[in-house]
Design a protein around this ligand. Sequence first.
Ligand code: 26Y
Length: 817
Amino acid sequence: KSRLPEAPATRPAESLKQDILRHVLYSLGRDTERPDRQTVFRALALSLRDRLVEKWIASQRDIYSRSSKRVYYLSLEFLPGPFLRENLIALGLENEAREALTDMGFGLDDVADEEYEPGLGNGGLGRLASCYLDSMATLRLPAYGYGIHYAYGIFYQLIKEGRQVERADNWLRGGTHWEFERSHYVHPVRFYGQVREWVDEQGRLRHSLENATTVMAMACDMFIPGHKNDYVLNMRLWAAKTSREFEFSFFNTGDYIGAVEEKIRDENISMVLYPNDEAPEGKELRLKQQFFLVSATIQDIVRRFRKKGIAWDQLPRKNVIHLNETHPAVAIPELMRILVDEELLTWEEAWYICVRTFAYTNHTVLPEALEVWPEDLFRRLLPRHLQIIHEINRRFLHDVRRQFPNDPNILGRVSLVHEGESRWVRMSHLAIVGSFSVNGVSAHHSEILKESVFHDFYKIFPERFNNKTNGITPRRWLRQCNPTLAWLITEHIGPEWLTDLAQLKKLEPYVNSEGFHRAWMEVRLRNKHKLAEYIRDKNGITVMPESLFDVHVKRFHEYKRQLLNVLHVIALYNRIRSSPGSVTVPRTYIFGGKAAPGYYMAKHIIRLINSVAYTINTDPRVGDLLKVVFLQNYCVTLAERIIPATDLSEQISTAGMEASGTGNMKFALNGAITIGTHDGANIEIMEHVGNENLFLFGLLSHEVNEMRSQGYNPRLFYERDSELREVLDMIAGGFFSPSEPHLFRDVVESLLNHGDRYMVLADFRSYVYRQQDAANAFMDQAAWARMSMLNTSRMGFFSSDRAVDEYAKDIWGVSGV
Ligand code: 26Y
């Protein structure tokens, strides 16, 4: 049925090699005699893109011919990581590529290391979006990812003299090899201007935007293949281009340079990803970015829908638009605007369509991360959208008033506009009111949404609230990042686990086999050797591969409590100094993660960790018992190196604050043991792997709340716990910053004098005890190996295939093509 070119009859490795050489010469303009490694990487990437685009075209034809319901996944962030190995595995071309490259005198691993990853996300939310695209492709869902083609992704982090230094991440400098830039394929995006109200010939009240500024959105497409299923999805990222009308007009203005400046200002929209994770900047440019993504994407959706030539009320039957957090929530008033202002549907008709089209996922309950925009800013940038939001709100509050006649206060609490000294548009309220589904990302988090954060909305729309526990793709987070462990697993249970992770259960009978034990631990030790080498190369620190690798990598945020970890490190250090022999298990502490550039305390904690590391690593009394390493620029590429070499995974957020976590899943899947709090998905991981195979500690989230409401006094913990006191006194007294004794005072102050918002001191003692349990467990290597294997074998539930399948069945109402 497809009339695409047939694959050549030659051997796949040979034909791949010919393609590489052809791209070296014709696409990259280099001599095929001795191309350098980067050239070979790019030519290989282009050769794979050829194969991907063929499969993508065929997949699109399938979707079209079946007239399938489509899923649009809108996200301001995607964090796909390097593509080469992933695409080779998905296309089943790994061995062929190895052979072709060997033929040309290159190693696949070296060539793969040439790739620089697109860092178009901050952390968990962006990475989740990428795991989900991978699963949507593997499940053959008729889906599209939509995002922004930032010219600069998340900054490159350097550690200089212990401090985080940010460098621009010019990920496009080497050119693009995975994407197609569709320069003739653009949509206009209009903002600013004034709303004109008028009455048309039929006597209808009409609204249109006058004097708007127009910027063009150009599509850049990247391909996401399913696992060995010939199915390929696309992630369409919009890049801002100046509008065409403008290019004509500037010839007529005298101010040529001024005109060019305006052009530059337009293209700024997609220039840079905001590096704030869970704490917004509130900048106009950010709201512009959100609308830019939304407007261009909705135009794409509407264009495809129009081709069907069916009535608008069929839109929700044929499409679902998923909002990854509230960041793209302005899509709700934008679709209303198109239906009401342009397609002339009645408000009631349009609203009925909207609320059946959108679904919203919440990823955080931190109050500072809940998005709100000043109403004035909204009015200036998106005047018609603000009017529409007001109308949505008026009708919504009218209904609420009828539903809760005896609770007048509820109106102020649920209003889409916060009214106080200043007025704010509450994006989460907009997202909830405009969606048929609202979900949290772990069982625990979804309960918190219903019980506290969105309790009023739960009373109003109980049927909308549901849970979808996060998942991770086993292709990248086991098969690709840990090929030797993947191979060992496949050898015993076959390869089906790659697309059916529950199959890992079949490993359980082997946990009692001595041979399997040994092989398992050998693979893990080899991974640790490799990471030790990397640490020696990058940080100049020698670490013992046999020591316990205790790893804390994620964004730096006070609620994630890297500080609690370092307090414990210092306590261990003190024990080593005061009673040698009391610490018997040698540990290597590995930290990594970026802090938002404007987040003073997070950056200060990075600096503290580096100072502590320096002190401990250079103290001869410590020797091999304790090493502390901070690896700079934590990113997907680095995660893939670290995770397979980890023994103990730190997941120690204050209970109730980490919506799910997904790093926790990556570690456990690779056989690390979790030390963690009763928070997010840790709780479900415990339920699956068994309480005896991980180390939970600390307050439960209701205990955190109770302690807070009863007046939490961190000083009490300081006064009662001499070990804790010694640690805090050392930090405050300049022990780790002798040339600047007051350097880390603020850190201690935040705990003792500013309320210790994240209950670090309250959890310190139980953390220390649990760390001791972990050390004791590690001394019995056979028992540890058993725990490790059981973790891997019981992690099947946490596949993103399971998660996406739940979304598809329960929320989206779609199935594979
Ligand atoms: C408004 C803006 C500043 C903002 C930017 C990024 C707000 C939030 C975020 C990112 C949130 C985020 O990454 N949340 C994480 O989502 C993961 C995937 O669901 C969860 O596993 C993780 O617990 C949660 O912190």
